[in-house]
Design a protein around this ligand. Structure first.
Ligand code: CTP
Ligand code: CA
Length: 222
């Protein structure tokens, strides 16, 4: 969206976007990660900025965008810490990050050595906090929280459960098993879910266009 032509409709709004997959350390040189590129979150952040919002982007993927506050994190715990600082003062949270559900129970202080007489190596994992659920549970009536749901099957029923459980105003569900949708591609097919409303499915489109669609939806419903 070019500056000149846009009525800056999000002026005065503080928007937080999380983006990218978290990296959960195993030892000083290794981590557990996922295939998230950060692109969906980046588009959400850039369009919000273009519409005049004051944007904070909390990201695991390096980003260099003008006119926004960019905070680089690696782990779910670091992301949570930043959200605890920024969320109370914000109007909208878009939780586009792919947060690891589990992290190694212990992080080795030194690089782990392979052992000549062991062919199997086991890492014990422990659950990460659910950031969306924790943060959204502190939400006031004036704050708007958006979660994503990445599914490979039973999209609607799984996403409905997340909407109910996580106290989000909206869940943007996508089938990450479908070609051209989800992780590490430029396009996405999204179904928007809200409490007590029929789901809305948008056609497959670029992540930028999805972000425009979303902010249009937000401006209409707020
Ligand atoms: N999420 C989060 N903290 C976690 C896990 C997920 O904040 N520890 C957020 C994601 O950023 C996303 C939403 O919750 O906005 C849904 O993530 P998803 O992985 O689809 O769902 P989960 O609740 O983790 O359930 P599952 O992976 O078992 O489907
Ligand atoms: Ca998950």
């Amino acid at each position: 969206i070019s500056d000149q032509f846009v009525e800056r409709k999000l002026t005065g709004k503080k928007v937080i976007v999380t983006a990218g997959g978290t990296k959960e350390a195993i030892d000083p040189v290794r981590f557990i990660g996922n295939r998230s590129s950060g692109k969906m979150g980046f588009s959400m952040a850039k369009i919000a900025r273009d519409l005049g919002a004051e944007v904070t982007l909390i990201t695991t993927v390096s980003a260099d965008f003008n006119n926004m506050n960019i905070i680089k994190v690696e782990t779910a715990d670091e992301m949570m810490k930043q959200l605890k600082i920024f969320f109370p003062k914000s109007d909208v949270l878009i939780m586009a990050a792919a947060v690891a559900d589990f992290k190694p129970m212990q992080v080795a202080e030194q690089k782990i050595k392979k052992n000549d007489d062991e062919d199997v190596f086991t890492i014990k994992l422990t659950k990460n906090p659910d950031i969306l659920q924790t943060i959204a549970s502190t939400k006031t009536n004036k704050q708007f929280v958006v979660g994503f749901a990445a599914e490979t099957q039973n999209l609607l029923s799984n996403a409905e459960k997340k909407l109910a459980k996580k106290n989000a105003d909206v869940i943007l569900a996508n089938n990450v098993a479908e070609t051209g949708s989800g992780f590490n591609v430029d396009t996405n097919k999204i179904t928007l879910l809200q409490k007590g409303q029929e789901p809305i499915t948008w056609p497959l489109m670029s992540k930028n266009d999805i972000a425009k669609k979303f902010w249009e939806f937000y401006l209409q419903s707020n």
